[in-house]
Design a protein around this ligand. Structure first.
Ligand code: GLA
Length: 724
């Protein structure tokens, strides 16, 4: 069998082409010698009810019902989860893709209008494999982007109608993986508003399990990042496979264990209600999925995703530069502020070392509550006490940058925009639309709508010295109908909507290359690798409770680097949970992210203000370690109810920052020992400010006793420094 092999630093991926032109998946796993031909893994038996392709002639042992494939469709005898479903004008399904050609080229492909992993030509390659089915009139170009140093293989597909009639794409996934054997678990990240990306690990069962979103965004409920792991995989041991979809709209991940205990995992745009018409000559490009395989457990897998997203997905000035420590007025004031109050917040914050003031919701139109005003992107000068530039100048004079909140995709029924263009909001004729937070969704699949919003918002940005934008999106989408384009097709519009959102952000970034764009969707309702191509950080959750945040940030860390996590110290009792924690605990948790504050500083004690000053200095001191170092999950919230612990270690192992938060308190209780990670086995370390010398090997294999701390939810940050 002819094989095509992809090699990365630590992994090998191999496919095979049969004599009859089927493109089989032969292997993905730990690196093998490039001469290895893995087709020996395939077995051939005459199996009942497993059909044979006509051109297999008398060979009843050759069946696509069992053979592993690269891009499975329906129509060649495979009845498992498909990646592509095509319907012709008569409603006939029958897609039988066969290999035509392939070639490797230097550099990584890009996907116009969509996010994609990028890399220098010298550090990446592209493999293109062309498949064709003359009968259904479909040509598929499978794209594989290869970044050997980070062990990344990306996948996307370009699907072209090469026939003479219209066809409908009912399903067009980005990629799939087949496993011939093995006992697997699936790790996925589920949640809700205020509790996003909670890790759940389940066995892969016979039948199909699926996760996804039909909310128009990637959603709070399921994240487009999953891990398939062999049963015995832990943080430091075992084979596991990550799939991260660079897409911010409807998606689905399906995991199937078949009749012969083989596993298939596939991911892409949600196929439910997806029906994408392709005229002769037209093409459809799927979004991209990034695969990483680790033969050494979850920690290594996460480190590779962190590296990938930090250096090959995020872009712009703040990809590398330290982000300013910010204060956001939302939880301090909600809608109840004016220009003077904002300057006052900035004054107090600048005295403590905060570097940027972010003016959140409520500065525009008649937005005095969340019932009205969205879409009217002009400054409420009465509320602000003059043009925005005046407030911004005052904040700048304090030595602080200024940032602004927007929610461009939305319109309130009570707004000038809606009164002028009610047809710009999604709404189905004859049906009253579903409202949420009393707002409607603008049809961003229409260019004139995006143009108008870009126009309005850039006028505001141009009017003042704005250096940061928080781009929010505060509801799930429903009632999808595009009034003008003659597009009543949900699937097509929802995809075009996502492209419209990407276009909006790209235009902002081209016009303001130095602006820091932070993503948000009611916190982390659109926290995905697609958004991170435009925004190097995303507000991780509307839940700012330090203890709940530990779980949220823990789940987030599996697929996303610390630098992407927007995280703030907020007031106590916490506004979402009513829980009280010390300001030290809140800052320890918030430092596992892009750090800031979100509270009324005039309400905290003098002692706490002094602490805030120190926290900011500490954050600046540790920033490089936190954002550019390696992150280790130590005590896992799903396993340990007593202590949560995580650690940052520098890549050269000369320092580490151990973070511990107690979750429970006892009389006369046992002692927790935390095993450090990421230090040098052969080095000695001291804890900054102390004289005791510790062996790196002992800290990692035996651990460090955590001193008994009285009171609930205590935090400890210990800075280990190598003794030369
Ligand atoms: C969302 C965001 C919050 C805040 C509000 C403003 O909920 O996640 O941080 O910006 O909107 O309305």
């Amino acid at each position: 069998m002819k094989t095509i092999t992809i090699q990365t630093k630590n992994t090998t991926y191999q496919m095979g082409i049969t004599d009859t032109g089927f493109l089989l998946h032969l292997y993905y796993g730990k690196k093998l010698n490039s001469e290895c031909d893995m087709s020996y893994l395939l077995t051939y038996y005459d199996r009942g009810f497993s059909g044979n392709p006509y051109d297999a002639k008398d060979d009843r042992t050759f069946s696509m019902d069992v053979l592993p494939q690269e891009y499975p469709g329906y129509g060649n005898g495979d009845y498992r989860t498909t990646s592509i479903n095509v319907q012709d004008i008569n409603g006939v399904y029958g897609c039988d893709l066969r290999y035509c050609s392939h070639h490797f080229s230097d550099g990584k492909y890009s996907l116009p209008g969509m996010p994609a992993v990028y890399a220098d030509i010298s550090e990446s390659q592209t493999l293109s494999v062309v498949l064709r089915d003359k009968a259904s009139g479909i040509e598929v170009t499978l794209l594989y982007g290869i970044l050997p140093a980070v062990d990344v293989i990306t996948r996307a597909a370009i699907i072209k109608n090469i026939g003479t009639n219209e066809v409908i794409l009912d399903k067009a996934y980005s990629g799939s993986l087949d496993f011939l054997n093995g006992n697997h678990d699936i790790l996925h990240f589920h949640g809700r508003h205020g509790m996003e990306r909670i890790m759940e690990r389940n066995p892969v069962i016979h039948g199909v399990q699926s996760f996804g979103s039909k909310r128009g965004t990637s959603s709070h409920q399921h994240n487009p990042f999953v891990i398939l792991a062999e049963k015995d995989t832990t943080e430091d041991y075992g084979n596991c496979y990550g799939m991260s979809l660079l897409y911010s709209g409807n998606f689905k991940c399906e995991i199937e264990k078949d009749q012969f205990n083989q596993t298939r995992i596939a991911m892409g745009i949600l196929d439910e209600m997806f029906a994408y018409p392709l005229q002769p000559g037209e093409t459809f490009e799927t979004p991209e999925v990034a695969f990483i395989m680790s033969a050494n457990g979850f920690t290594h897998l996460s480190h590779q995703y962190h590296e990938l997203i930090r250096y090959h997905v995020c872009r712009g000035k703040y990809k590398i530069e330290r982000r300013p420590v910010l204060i956001n007025n939302w939880e301090a004031t909600y809608f109840d502020f004016d220009g003077a109050k904002i300057v006052d917040i900035a004054k107090q914050a600048s005295a403590l070392g905060v570097e940027m003031l972010v003016l959140d919701d409520g500065w525009f139109g008649k937005r005095d509550s969340d019932n009205r005003g969205l879409g009217d992107w002009f400054v409420n000068e009465e509320k602000m006490g003059g043009p925005l530039a005046e407030t911004v100048e005052k904040v700048n004079k304090l030595g602080m940058k200024f940032g602004l909140w927007i929610e461009p995709e939305m319109v309130s029924e009570d707004s000038d925009l809606y009164r002028a263009h009610s047809d710009w909001a999604f709404s189905i004729p004859g049906k009253k639309p579903v409202t949420s937070r009393n707002q409607f969704v603008l049809d961003f699949s229409r260019k004139e709508v995006v143009d108008h919003i870009v126009d309005q918002i850039t006028k505001v940005i141009d009017s003042a010295h704005i250096e940061y934008i928080k781009m929010d999106m505060n509801r799930s989408i429903c009632d999808v109908y595009s009034a003008v384009n003659g597009m009543q097709n949900y699937g097509k519009i929802m995809h075009q909507y996502v492209l419209g959102v990407y276009d909006f952000m790209e235009r902002l970034l081209v016009r303001y290359p130095n602006i820091l764009l932070e993503g948000c969707s009611g916190g982390g309702g659109r926290f995905d690798a697609g958004m991170l191509y435009y925004c190097p950080q995303i507000w991780c959750s509307d839940n700012t409770d330090a203890i709940e945040r530990i779980k949220i940030q823990h789940g987030t860390s599996f697929g996303y680097p610390i630098s992407t996590v927007g995280s703030h110290v907020s007031a106590v009792p916490n506004h979402q949970t009513g829980r009280t924690t010390k300001i030290k605990t809140r800052s320890t948790v918030a430092m596992a992210g892009s750090f800031g504050y979100e509270l009324d500083l005039s309400l905290i004690s003098e002692e706490e203000k002094q602490e805030v000053k120190h926290q900011i200095l500490d954050y600046k001191k540790y920033w490089d370690l936190i954002h550019n170092g390696l992150y280790y999950r130590l005590h896992l919230p799903e396993e340990d109810r007593e202590t949560a612990a995580w650690m940052f270690s520098s890549k050269d192992q000369t320092e580490g920052l151990l973070n511990v938060v107690t979750l429970d308190t006892h009389c006369n209780g046992p002692i927790s020992y935390i095993k450090c990670k990421g230090l040098n086995e052969n080095s000695q370390y001291i804890i900054e400010g102390k004289s005791q010398i510790y062996c790196g090997s002992a800290l990692m294999s035996v651990g460090l006793p955590i001193p008994v701390m009285q009171g609930e939810y205590q935090a400890l940050q210990l800075h280990f420094i190598e003794v030369k």
